[in-house]
Design a protein around this ligand. Sequence first.
Ligand SMILES: Nc1ncnc2c1ncn2[C@@H]1O[C@H](COP(=O)(O)OP(=O)(O)O)[C@@H](O)[C@H]1O
Ligand code: SF4
Ligand SMILES: [Mg+2]
Length: 330
Amino acid sequence: MTTADPLLQVTDLQAYFHGFKGRRVVQAVDGVSFTLNAGETMGLVGESGCSKTTTCHALFRLLPGAGQIVGGSIRFNGEELMEKTPREMQQIRGRDMAMILQDPMASLDPLFTIFDQVAEPAYYHRRLRRKTLRRRVVDLLTSVRIPSPEIRMGEYPHQMSGGMRQRIVGAMALAGEPKLIVADEPTTNLDVTIQLQYLNLLRDIQKETGVALIFVTHNLGIVAKMCDKVAVMYAGKIVEQGDVRDIYNAPQHPYTEALLKSIPKIGDKSELYVIPGQPPNLAELPTGCYFHPRCPSAFDQCRSEMPPDFVLGHGRTARCWLVSNEVRSG
Ligand SMILES: Nc1ncnc2c1ncn2[C@@H]1O[C@H](COP(=O)(O)OP(=O)(O)O)[C@@H](O)[C@H]1O
Ligand code: SF4
Ligand SMILES: [Mg+2]
């Protein structure tokens, strides 16, 4: 990998869930492409059910049950992950790329101390032992602002608050010294003040360590605070992506526009905008543009033809016929 190469280049990634007893195949990740440079933060945004989590799992080649990657390429750190053996992938996970899940208890084992759990990736992937390992665990717990780390590391997950557990999962993710962390809605289960503290912490860590971050959320407001760029997902596809400021200043896709309108504003007492309807069931997708049943700007072509990804320059793309008309007439 040269310094000019992106850290992560995902091209036309496709991940499907195969139906049980002849039920339909669900094309959960349907031709997703994006790039992330070293040290960059990308927000992956969309309502629940748009396949954000499945995209993250696919990056780690860790799809549950009937899930399978059926096409595309994941180039990470100069290597093609689709060509790796399961054993090689095991090495890469935790060492070079790590995940922070929404529910910290899903990552923490109630039977092991905090020390054991934070030490594990440093033991296996960085081969640290004894005093060096102990010092590393104390440093990691300090970096995620766990008070009295020497004492707390002897305790068990149930002795920690929800916010502390989430920070410990952050320390576990950092322990293997990864180049990429994927944080899947890591603040959704926390109360608002703790959410803000955790977001600030993640941002500080990201600046200090230079780790690249994919930050998954359904809230575009959080992305504005955290990210350099953003990819908006709808029904298994990225419908718009680009630099965070460009997207906030001038969203090109009506879905991005609707997500922006639905960000709660502090001090604003008027009723919060809610996007009408629901994202589609991925087993019963509409014809044409998947957003057309909810789109206020839909016209005939939208109902019959899926718009391609229009390239707008500077890493900006949008999958909407309105953009094509602008591009053509502009
Ligand atoms: N374990 C699974 N088995 C079958 N289908 C799944 C599974 N997980 C997710 N899916 C399908 O993928 C869709 C997207 O889910 P998910 O990636 O969790 O969305 P998000 O994280 O954006 O809320 C679901 O609506 C469902 O159709
Ligand atoms: S293609 Fe049509 S339906 Fe889809 S987002 Fe654009 S205007 Fe709306
Ligand atoms: Mg999810």
